[in-house]
Ligand binder design. Structure first.
Ligand SMILES: [Fe+2]
Length: 403
C-alpha cells in the first residue's frame, strides 16, 4: 500500500474506533492518565497540522488558532499546552468540529502530497501514521477505563467472547543466549527509542511458553498473594496497601462471589484459560516471585521473539494454543524488569520531534510484544513500550522467565 493510501486507511480506522460511541462517551475523561476519544481524534490531527502543514504548506493558516495549544500533548518546543488532567473539560470544540478538523487536515495533506512530494514529507507522514496508531490503542484502553466507571458496565463491542479452550501446560523453553544484537535492524519503520542496534550479552535463560492465565493468577490471589509483604517490592507493597488492592483492575465479584471481568465486550465470567491482563509491574513482579520465577529482561524477550510470527485477534486477550513460544504478540504487553533507558549511542532528533520518546526515559519500565488493542502492522520484535510501574489500564500481562 502506498503512503497516501496508508494515511487514508489509518485515518479512517480512527473514525471507525469512535463509531460505537456516543458524543457523551467521546468527551469524558476518567482519570488524568486517560484522554477523551475526542481529544485523541483532534490531537492526532494536530500532529499532522503542526509537524507537516505548518512547516511545509505555502500560506499556512491554522484550522483554528487555539487548537495549537488545546491539542498539544507534551511538546515544549511547540509552546503552551492545555493541562492534561483537564482534557475532559473541553466540551468545545464539539465532535462535529473535530470531525471537520480531521477532514480539513486530510484534504490539505493529500494536496501537499500531490504538489510538493519530498523525502522529508514521507518521513514525517510515516511518523504521523505510526503516532496515530499508538493513539488508536490508547483510545481503546482509555474508553475501557471510562466505560468501567459505570455500573451499567456497557460493552464497547457487542460481539460476545466465546470461552477459551483449555490453556496448554506452561512449558519452560531454554535459550542459549550469548552476545546478541538488540534493537531495530533498519528494515522499515522504527521509533528512535529502538535505535541504535547494539550488542548485548544475554546469559542462558528459560522463557515461559505462554502468558500467565487468569486461573493461575487467581491461585496467587487465593493464596493470599496481595497480603504477603514478602512477595512485593517495597514500593509495590506501599502501592497495593495504600489502595487496598486485591485483584487486577477490571476484576470484580458478583453477588454470589463469582469472579467477573469487565472487558470491551462487556462483563464476562472470569475465563480461567485466558491470560491475566491489566496488571501493574508491581503485581507482575509479585506474581513471578510467588511462582518461583522472575520477569524477563527486555533483551531476553527480544532475543526469543525472533522465533514467533505476529498474531492478531479480538479486543480481549485470547487463550494460548499449540506448542512452542506462544502469545508473544497480539494479546498482552509483557512487563520486563528493564528500566526504560536510552540504548548506547541513542540520539534524539533535533527540534520538538526530539521530545517524542527520549525525555520519558526515567522512572518507567519497558513492556515488550503488543496487545489485542494494538493496530495491525504496528508490532515488531524491537518495539519498546513503556509505562510507570503502577500503570494497569493498558492490556498488560505476565510472561515469566527463569535462571
Ligand atoms: Fe501523541
Amino acid at each position: 500500500m502506498d503512503l497516501r493510501n496508508r494515511y487514508a486507511a489509518v485515518r479512517k480506522h480512527t473514525l471507525a474506533l469512535a463509531e460505537p460511541l456516543s458524543d457523551e462517551d467521546c468527551g469524558a475523561q476518567s482519570m488524568p492518565d486517560a484522554s477523551p476519544i475526542k481529544w485523541h481524534m483532534a490531537h492526532t490531527t494536530w500532529f499532522f497540522e503542526t509537524f507537516i502543514l505548518e512547516r511545509m504548506e505555502r500560506d499556512f493558516a491554522p484550522f483554528h488558532p487555539a487548537f495549537r495549544i488545546l491539542f498539544n500533548s507534551y511538546y515544549n518546543g511547540i509552546g503552551e499546552k492545555h493541562p492534561r488532567p483537564q482534557r475532559g473539560l473541553l466540551t468545545r470544540p464539539g465532535m462535529a468540529q473535530v470531525r471537520a478538523y480531521r477532514a480539513d487536515v486530510d484534504a490539505r495533506i493529500a494536496r501537499l502530497l500531490e504538489t510538493s512530494p519530498s523525502a522529508e514529507l514521507d518521513m514525517l507522514l510515516t511518523l504521523g501514521i505510526q503516532h496515530e496508531q499508538q493513539h488508536q490503542e490508547l483510545m481503546l484502553t482509555d474508553v475501557k477505563h471510562l466505560l468501567a466507571q459505570s455500573l451499567l458496565r456497557p460493552a464497547y463491542m457487542e460481539l460476545p467472547l466465546a470461552p477459551a479452550g483449555m490453556a496448554p501446560p506452561l512449558a519452560w523453553l531454554p535459550f542459549e543466549g550469548g552476545l546478541t544484537e538488540i534493537g531495530h535492524d533498519g528494515q522499515g519503520f522504527s521509533f528512535d527509542n529502538e535505535l541504535p542496534r547494539h550488542k548485548q550479552y544475554v546469559a542462558p535463560f528459560a522463557l515461559a511458553s505462554r502468558l500467565v492465565t487468569n486461573g493461575e493468577y487467581l491461585d496467587f490471589i487465593n493464596a493470599g498473594g496481595y497480603f504477603n509483604a514478602a512477595l512485593w517490592l517495597a514500593e509495590g507493597w506501599d502501592w497495593v496497601r495504600t489502595q487496598n488492592l486485591k485483584a487486577p483492575i477490571y476484576w470484580f465479584q458478583d453477588e454470589k462471589g463469582a469472579w467477573q471481568e469487565f472487558t470491551l465486550h462487556g462483563s464476562q465470567p472470569l475465563d480461567l484459560n485466558r491470560p491475566v491482563t491489566h496488571v501493574s509491574l508491581f503485581e507482575a513482579d509479585a506474581y513471578a516471585h510467588w511462582a518461583g520465577a522472575r520477569l524477563p529482561t527486555e533483551f531476553e524477550w527480544e532475543y526469543a521473539a525472533a522465533q514467533e510470527a505476529v498474531e492478531t485477534g479480538s479486543l480481549h486477550p485470547a487463550g494460548a494454543t499449540g506448542d512452542g513460544l506462544r502469545q508473544m504478540h497480539g494479546h498482552c504487553w509483557q512487563w520486563t524488569s528493564s528500566s526504560y533507558a536510552a540504548y548506547p549511542g541513542f540520539a534524539a532528533a533535533e527540534g520538538a520531534l526530539g521530545e517524542y520518546n527520549g525525555k520519558f526515559m526515567l522512572n518507567q519500565y519497558v513492556l515488550r510484544g503488543s496487545s489485542c488493542a494494538t493496530p495491525e502492522g504496528h508490532a515488531r520484535a524491537s518495539y519498546r513500550n513503556f509505562f510507570p510501574a503502577g500503570a494497569r489500564w493498558q492490556f498488560t500481562g505476565i510472561r515469566l522467565a527463569q535462571r
